[in-house]
Design a protein around this ligand. Structure first.
Ligand code: HSE
Length: 457
């Protein structure tokens, strides 16, 4: 018998002997932590690399709590710092959420040479600079696929798959809670407060819904997406943020009649701004904002309903690309977390000394230049309550005209008591001009109130 092994036999033998176990230190065993552990504990029929991952430690607040998960013995601990500093741990997976101690634990893990996987958009949006500086100095990876869009692989797509493109815009429905509320308002004709209360009872909205309904969660997410898409750092304070509390059933109804739906959009797009000093173009700036928006019914984002998320990316080479899926929940988010763990494990397996992978690490240092909101050029919808007297529509039209705001339509449909309801939709206008016109209109004797204004996509 020939004792020599073929190349294939050698390869199989090598794989059999060299089963490297990468040790995972999991911080947090809530919904996403438990979903992640569940996938790691049942690697069958998933990617074969999963078989080389070991849940080594799991940090929780309360060990005595009854859990349905069958975790290996002695992995649970309440000492989260010990996990972040344990020399045995290769990858720290931070799934506790919140700012602290999550930020400190991530930094501790990095300082101890661990690669980090996190789903924590709040920490990355606020402390990403500090975290990526530390990670780059230490030569470790910080992966965050689960931080935006839950199971939607948008981070990898922006980091790797779309590298050939100059990105023009990223527009997303990235908050499931608000999309669920707006969808129900649309289908039931109900008001915000009514649907929010019901969504809280059903567990679709948090007891404290602030981060979701005020747009803060979406602002964190678009800051992260913009940073990757446009290759620069973003200060969260530069993201213009409006939530959905002021969206009324009347606006949803008008949107429908005018051929739109209202969505909370998170938008990052290239724009140009004229210098106030010398009238020259200031070069490419970024407009980055979160606000409820009139979306034409034929637009791909208009049909993204309920808790679903979608992100529409526009690149010079690819054109439009839309990613759609579940933006939250145990399974989808754990899918994203484990994909990051696999990416890190693949690097650890193939490189003896991991060097910063140019497509996986975040190395940009400069800050993106952000355009002022008043320079934004967009369409607007506005609803006015006015006296039902001759000449009001004319006065509104003249005022808008004086401020270079061109109107696409102006209609008076409803009467509220003795007040007339007048709705306008503008052509593309400079936001600063539109706001100046509104200031003047607000002061008109015939005008009772400006009931709402919303931007139109
Ligand atoms: N609270 C978020 C949402 C999910 O409603 O979409 C976590 O990012």
């Amino acid at each position: 018998m020939n004792a020599r092994l073929s190349y294939n036999d050698c390869r199989l033998e090598f794989q059999r002997v060299k089963v490297v176990a990468f040790k995972i230190g999991l911080l947090g065993l809530g919904t996403v932590g438990a979903g992640t552990a569940e996938i790691l504990l049942s690697p069958e029929s998933r990617h074969s690399l999963l078989q080389e991952l070991e849940i080594y430690r799991v940090g929780v607040r309360d060990i005595s709590r009854t859990r349905s998960l069958q975790l290996p013995e002695n992995v649970l601990t309440t000492d989260l710092e010990a996990i972040a500093t344990d020399p045995e741990v290769d990858i720290v997976v931070e799934l506790i959420g919140g700012l602290e101690p999550a930020r400190s634990l991530i930094l501790q893990a990095i300082a101890n040479g661990k690669h980090v996987v996190t789903a924590n958009k709040a920490v990355i949006a606020r402390y990403g600079n500090e975290i990526f500086d530390a990670a780059n100095a230490k030569g470790v990876y910080v992966m965050l696929e689960a931080a935006v869009g839950g199971g939607i692989p948008v981070i990898q797509t922006l980091k790797q798959s779309l590298g050939a493109n100059r990105i023009k815009s990223v527009t997303g429905i990235v908050n499931g809670t608000t999309n669920y509320i707006l969808t129900r308002m649309q289908t039931e004709g109900a008001d915000f407060a009514e649907v929010l209360a019901d969504a809280q009872q059903l567990g679709y909205a948090e007891a404290d819904p602030t981060a979701d309904v005020d747009g803060l969660d979406a602002a964190d997410k678009i800051a992260i997406l913009a940073s990757l898409a446009f290759g620069g750092r973003i200060k969260l304070a530069d993201v213009h943020c409006e939530g959905i509390r002021q969206v009324s059933a009347a606006d949803i109804d008008y949107a429908d009649k005018l051929g739109f739906v209202i969505k909370l959009l998170a938008i990052a797009q290239e724009t140009s701004q004229i210098s106030e000093q010398n009238g020259d173009a200031e070069g490419e700036l970024l407009s980055i904002r979160v606000h409820p928006t009139f979306v034409p019914k034929a637009h791909p984002l208009a049909s993204v309903n309920g808790v679903y998320n979608a992100i529409l990316v526009e690149g010079d080479a690819i054109g439009q690309l839309m990613l759609y899926g579940r933006g939250a929940g145990a399974g989808p988010t754990a899918s994203a977390v484990v994909s990051d763990i696999l990416n890190v494990a693949a690097i650890l397996k193939t490189e003896t000394v991991p060097i910063p992978h140019p497509l996986l690490s975040c190395s940009h240092q400069h800050y993106c230049k952000i355009a002022e909101m008043q320079e934004l050029v967009t369409r607007f919808y506005a609803r006015f309550l006015t006296g039902d007297t001759p000449g009001v529509i004319g006065k509104l039209g003249t005022c808008f005209g004086n401020h270079q705001v061109s109107l696409e339509s102006i209609v008076q449909t409803g009467i509220h008591g003795n007040l007339a309801e007048i709705v306008v939709v503008t052509h593309d206008v400079r936001e600063g001009n539109f706001q100046q016109a509104l200031d003047e209109i607000r002061a008109m004797e015939a005008v009772d109130s400006i009931a709402s204004t919303l931007r139109v996509l």
